[in-house]
Design a protein around this ligand. Structure first.
Ligand code: ATP
Length: 441
């Protein structure tokens, strides 16, 4: 990572803490490596990302429904899904300082070797060992008789184990999808790059069930691959910062018929944002085998019975948020501006009285604030001068600022200032809701 790139991440981490997007987890107790807490603005941004995902993948469609499954599941689920046997990363230990790293993360390994070489030491590594990433939990009230299970390492199985329940309680016809957003946990060997690799994170996933037909399933696969890429672009990520990467043969799971990642050009290299996988019938047939339940689908029209194939899109909410922030971060003249898409911005507008010590201005501005707040997320600020208030809102990505001045008391219009162009225009108070509905839609 070059110095400028390093600086960019430092600036983003610092802005996130200072303005209430993301704080280090358990900070007052010295923190806990790889955990992060989302502050007032971070919670809003994350919520907006999830809402946009849900809208595109579930709400706007007729063929996708949602579920919200348990984080803690019967441990047999993880045997069936293959996680207890093979949800592993290769772990190596530095023989000098005994720190452990993922052997396949070359940048982290090189960075560590560089640190030692500054002290004229040459690192020797232990042989790579397989390390299981599942986080264990002990359930039960009697010590010594507690059962071991896991915090889910991915949210996928919660959908597949409910395949029959969903079929029996809905009128879905193949092809159809089941979507879920939720937390997953991994004992990551080297968490890092801010929230990019955490031990607790959120995933947004779709399992799309299709007929076991090579041509038909690949058509669906290509469709979802493009749709997921377009989602990031439509929410403002620069096209040049996104790319597809096909999994190499040795990365591909044995059951996978196709696997591509959507990658983002971060200051620490091109990194995975989301995976789109053609999983064949692996998930349902494994759960059929391990649970003894029939996981097939019966097509009433063709009278065919089969185990569907699955096209999965699996993205990280925290990673998406980090990439949206990196992409939106701009330094211009004297200001820092987060050019977040208005749909993602924590606040859609901020309302200011020109002077905080003029009760008539404050009263008028409060009224506008209360009225707009019914429809949009709106900030209020009456501190310092207007210039400072603009910069403060630019830094958190608020697309519009509304100022109530002395003229407002005469003409019932306000000054609306655009975050990206910094241009100002007068808008009638009565037209404000329509104005924002147009701009934000
Ligand atoms: P990586 O190769 O980076 O470890 P992965 O291929 O193991 O990721 P998946 O199991 O495919 O990731 O998980 C799907 C998505 O979940 C990823 O694309 C990513 O956005 C998110 N994700 C996975 N692990 C983490 C993590 N430790 N912290 C934050 N997000 C994660």
């Amino acid at each position: 990572m070059s110095k400028t790139e390093n600086n960019l991440m430092e600036k983003i981490v610092s802005l996130c803490k200072r303005r209430g997007f993301v704080y280090p987890g358990s900070e007052i107790y010295g923190g806990l490596r790889g955990t992060w807490d989302y502050g007032p603005l971070g919670s809003e941004l994350k919520f907006n990302i999830k809402q946009e995902w849900w809208k595109t993948v579930v709400k706007d469609r007729e063929d996708v429904v949602g579920v919200s499954a348990s984080i803690i599941m019967n441990p047999k689920v993880w045997e069936a899904s293959g996680h207890t046997a093979s949800f592993t990363d290769p772990l190596v230990e530095c023989k000098i300082c005994h720190q452990r790293f993922r052997a396949d993360q070359e940048d982290v390994i090189k960075e560590h070797e560089k640190e030692h070489s500054k002290r004229k030491e040459k690192v020797a590594w232990t042989e790579a060992k397989k390390f299981n990433l599942l986080v264990e939990v002990k359930l039960g009230v009697v010590e010594g008789e507690k059962n071991t299970t896991y915090l889910r390492g991915e949210i996928t199985p919660g959908v597949h184990v409910n395949f029959k329940n969903i079929l029996n309680s809905s009128h879905l016809k193949i092809p159809f999808g089941v979507a879920q957003i939720g937390k997953a946990f991994r004992n990551e060997i080297t968490p890092g790059n801010f929230t990019y690799r955490s031990i607790e994170f959120e995933q947004m996933e779709l399992q799309y069930y299709v007929r076991p037909d090579k041509k038909e399933s690949m058509k669906q696969y290509d469709y979802w691959k493009e749709l997921r890429m377009d989602w990031y672009k439509n929410l403002g990520i620069k096209k040049s910062n996104l790319r597809f990467r096909e999994h190499a043969k040795d990365e591909l799971a044995h059951y996978a018929q196709a696997a591509w990642d959507i990658e983002y050009n971060t200051p620490f290299g091109w990194k995975e944002c989301e995976g789109i996988h053609h999983r064949g019938d692996w998930d349902l047939s494994r759960h059929q085998k391990y649970s003894g339940e029939d996981m097939s689908y019966f097509d009433a029209e063709t009278k065919e019975k089969f185990i569907p194939w699955v096209i999965e899109t699996s993205g990280g909410v925290d990673r998406a948020m980090l990439f949206f922030l990196i992409d939106a971060y701009h330094e211009e003249d004297e200001r820092v501006v987060l050019k977040l898409h208005p749909k993602l911005a924590p606040y859609k507008a901020a309302v200011f009285p020109l002077l905080a010590n003029k009760p008539k201005l404050v009263e008028k501005a409060r009224k506008i604030y209360q009225e707009l707040k019914k429809d949009f997320e709106i900030a209020w600020d009456d501190r310092g001068n207007i210039g400072k208030r603009y910069f403060s809102q630019d830094e958190i990505g608020t697309p519009f600022c509304i100022t109530v001045d002395f003229e407002t008391l005469e003409d019932n219009a306000v000054t609306v200032r655009n975050r990206d162009t910094t241009k100002q225009e007068r808008v009638k108070i009565d037209d404000l809701i329509r104005y924002f509905s147009d701009k934000l839609s």
